[in-house]
Ligand binder design. Structure first.
Ligand SMILES: Cc1cc2nc3c(=O)[nH]c(=O)nc-3n(C[C@H](O)[C@H](O)[C@H](O)COP(=O)(O)O)c2cc1C
Length: 342
């Protein structure tokens, strides 16, 4: 099943292997794409990955995780991002951009958040966002989506996971507001729905949402909460998402033992996938084709990401095709290296 095509909204992905978003901290204060990024993403596309999700890309400079993150807060970013899109398309893969805002987890200074509570003692206490600031950030996501369209991205992924700004509104562990943006009682969807609506006003293409399927705290959000959240989003065409990317944690510093076990996030994805009717991606320490086949056969997810494994082995998909004796096209220039060719 790894090598079967699957549609996400209007786009067709040639196989089920996804490169998840991974910050490479390889830009500078400008947030511009560098030659490293083009080679890095181009190599994974050349290596046969079906869908690449570009690393968290900041919609405003103060939303960066570090001062070496990629940015999409200005029109000047479009050209560099398009060069990544073009090389990935050249090798037949699809590409999403992960739009993000770090909120209180920014490494660039004092951040803002749903409430003025610091992530931990290493971060400054953030400002509690005013309604005007919430509206400004929503508009920044919209402008970023317009730029993503111009750069040619096949999908937009909204970063709603890992305790970054959107997650800081969703989660009762962080969001202690008493206004309409507060949790009532488990989560608040106002900020997220405003962002999805704004993106969909300008972006033509599928929209994905990455969530922390389990926040690893008893009072935090769990898979069943996300079933409710997705059903609620998808009941309205203006807030409907086409793909759910199930990750976990990052809202607090809690890292449970299971986070060191292959497939640790699959159980959360499986609970959600059974109850929603959009494709689901998940993964976590996956390295072998057998693990992926099992997840797909058990219908626990529709796509599987290989994060750190693709950092080690960019040609994982081509190698797997060879091992499984599946017809998978080597780049034309490498034909002479096909097994049994001369
Ligand atoms: C170097 C690195 C950077 C990451 N950056 C991001 C990111 O930008 N956005 C995000 O949602 N997750 C990020 N993650 C999490 C990965 O997308 C993925 O969920 C995680 O690595 C687990 O998958 P794996 O075990 O296959 O590596 C990052 C992970 C790594 C290792």
């Amino acid at each position: 099943m790894i090598f079967t095509e699957k549609k996400i909204g209007t786009i067709a992905v040639k196989n089920r292997v996804v490169m998840p978003p991974m910050c490479m901290y390889s830009s500078d204060e400008s947030g511009m794409v560098k030659p490293f990024h083009v080679v890095h993403y181009g190599t994974r596309a050349q290596g046969g990955v079906g869908l690449i999700i570009l690393e968290a890309t900041a919609v405003v400079p103060e939303g960066r995780i570090s001062n070496a993150d990629l940015g999409i807060w200005s029109d000047s970013h479009i050209e560099g991002l398009k060069s990544i899109v073009d090389i990935v398309h050249h090798f037949g893969a699809k590409i999403a951009i992960q739009l993000g805002h770090a909120g209180r987890k920014t490494g660039t200074g004092k951040g803002f958040s749903s409430s003025s509570i610091a992530f931990n003692e290493k971060y400054p206490e953030p400002f509690e966002m005013t309604r005007a600031q919430i509206e400004d950030v929503t508009q920044a996501f919209k402008k970023a989506a317009e730029r993503a369209q111009k750069a040619g991205f096949d999908l937009i992924e909204i970063h709603g996971a890992h305790g970054y700004l959107i997650n800081q509104f969703l989660s009762p562990l962080v969001n202690k507001r008493s206004d309409t943006y507060g949790c009532n009682p488990r989560y608040n969807l106002s900020f997220l729905t405003a962002i999805i609506k704004a993106i969909k006003e300008v972006y033509v293409g599928p929209v994905a949402l990455r969530i922390s399927g389990d926040e690893y705290e008893p009072q935090g959000l769990h898979a069943e909460d996300h079933v409710e959240i997705i059903k609620s989003l998808n009941a309205d065409p203006q807030t409907q998402v086409n793909l759910l990317d199930v990750s976990s944690g990052g809202v607090t510093a809690a890292v449970p033992e299971i986070a060191f076990v292959a497939g640790y996030q699959v159980p959360f994805a499986a609970i959600i996938r059974k109850q929603v009717d959009i494709p689901v991606i998940t993964g976590g320490l996956i390295t072998t084709p057998t693990e992926i086949e099992t997840i797909l056969e058990k219908k626990e997810a529709d796509f599987v990401w290989l994060g750190r494994e693709l950092l080690r082995n960019p040609y994982w998909v081509l190698k797997t095709a060879e091992v499984l004796n599946v017809d998978c096209v080597l780049p034309r220039q490498y034909k002479r290296a096909e097994p049994y060719s001369s």
